[in-house]
Design a protein around this ligand. Structure first.
Ligand code: NAG
Length: 415
């Protein structure tokens, strides 16, 4: 019963109408809590991607890309490094995870965050933003605050429309035939869907690096996804009944979920008030707690409820397949069950980076994907037992454990 209440609570969604950035999180803190935040940290909590990149002295460009179904996406580009400038700079495209944004590739700052490391290593860095997040909450005709139709998408649509539009845009801008792709979490799911469904795009990828690959989810540990999963089919009904399609859990729900999942009075409570941690887990050794206000102010960065529902369905079915519309599958697909994605058709060279304590990408599920991929070259287990899902972007040791290797692999496929 408690589970059901939490589930209902999850979808009593509120539209704050304001940006999920900075202010709203900081507003929730008491003056005493605020006074403890170092000035530098407070500044970063309030800056968006352009503000952050500019503050740290790197060049930044903003590009708008329109998809074939008229969503308007924002991309951020760091064309060159601060010290390593000019020259032939192969493009690398970075795609964020669910409820995240391009912020997460820069949030840890120079010499730590992947986007800066790539720029200094000699690459032209492009960061995508999926439809529905803070930077891509825009459409030629649909208003995200007024038209529920705007939110009728899952990561399937991100894979079929957003990624191809952004990849083609980068290739056109740089005059290149191919780019390197680095994805985190949903940024890997969408890549695998694209490679399976729009196969011509495999030829546009020089190499692909999956940080926490998420395709099969039969074994996942995430309490939030597991909690929602059994309701994943009726969930659609409820969200459509209340007419709200953006995933924005109410504060009441978050308090309930935090207590249920983290324990009442837990020292983790600040962390448990962020839906992203409930979804993806928490690793005290790799989380720089001084930076917590910055992470909290930039995430969750927005998504459609359907993205989460689709993941819940993956867990229940243990299959990597299209959105389950229940009785409407026949109308949508002409079959009782949704069509499966086929990893064997993904012929771009792929490297998988995974870990033992990842709540969303379990080792067993990663193995299955690795065995089915058309051209999987390497599978790397992070040599740290506690390494978690969010450590790939925020982890203190992400550079030494992940990014250095990724950058070497990219060079190996460039030269
Ligand atoms: C944690 O973040 C603070 C503020 O950005 C920084 O000064 C400190 O070096 C970081 N600690 C580690 C271990 O990275």
């Amino acid at each position: 019963m408690l589970k059901f209440l939490i589930f209902i609570g999850a979808f009593v969604l509120v539209h704050s109408g304001s940006s999920p950035h900075g202010e709203s999180y900081l507003k929730s803190l008491s003056p005493e809590q605020l006074s403890k935040i170092p000035r530098e940290v407070m500044e970063d909590a309030l800056l968006d991607a352009v503000g952050l990149i500019t503050k740290y002295g790197f060049p930044v460009e903003v590009h708008e890309v329109k998809t074939d179904d008229e969503y308007i996406l924002t991309m951020h580009r760091i064309p060159e490094g601060k010290t390593n400038k000019g020259g032939v700079r192969p493009p690398v495209f970075l795609q964020h995870g669910v409820l995240m944004s391009s912020d997460d590739w820069i949030i840890n700052g120079p010499e730590k965050a992947l986007a800066y490391l790539l720029a200094e290593a000699g690459f032209d860095v492009w960061m995508g933003n999926a439809r529905g997040n803070t930077y891509s909450r825009k459409h030629a005709t649909l208003n995200p605050d007024k038209n529920s139709k705007f939110w009728k998408f899952s990561w399937h649509e991100i894979a079929l429309h957003d990624l191809p539009a952004m990849i083609d845009y980068v290739l056109a801008q740089t005059g290149r035939q191919k780019l390197h792709y680095v994805g985190h979490s949903q940024g890997t799911t969408t890549f695998f869907v694209m490679g399976s469904e729009k196969r011509a795009y495999n030829n546009k990828i020089a190499s692909m690096h999956a940080l926490s690959p998420v395709a099969y989810m039969g074994h996942l540990k995430s309490p939030l996804v597991r909690l929602m999963a059994p309701f994943a089919s009726s969930l659609e009904l409820i969200t459509s009944l209340i007419g709200i399609n953006e995933f924005l859990p109410s504060s009441e729900f978050m308090a309930l979920a935090a207590n249920a999942l983290c324990g009442e009075g837990s020292i983790l409570v600040p962390v448990c008030t962020n839906v992203l941690f409930l979804l993806a887990g928490y690793n005290p050794d790799q989380l720089n707690t001084t930076m917590l206000p910055v992470y909290m102010a930039h995430t969750p960065a927005g998504a459609s409820s359907r993205q989460l529902v689709h993941y819940g369905q993956e867990h229940m079915s243990k299959k990597f397949r299209q959105f389950d519309h229940g009785l409407n599958n026949f109308i949508n697909y002409g079959s009782l069950t949704p069509p499966k994605y086929e990893p064997k058709h993904i012929t771009a060279p792929v490297f998988l980076h995974y870990s033992d304590n990842d709540w969303l990408a379990d080792g067993g599920d990663v193995d299955q994907l690795f065995n089915e991929l058309g051209y999987a070259i390497g599978k790397f287990r992070v040599p740290m037992a506690e390494w978690n899902h969010l450590d790939y972007t925020w982890g203190i040791d992400a550079k030494t454990l992940i990014y250095d290797r990724v950058i070497n692999l990219i060079w190996a496929f460039e030269l």
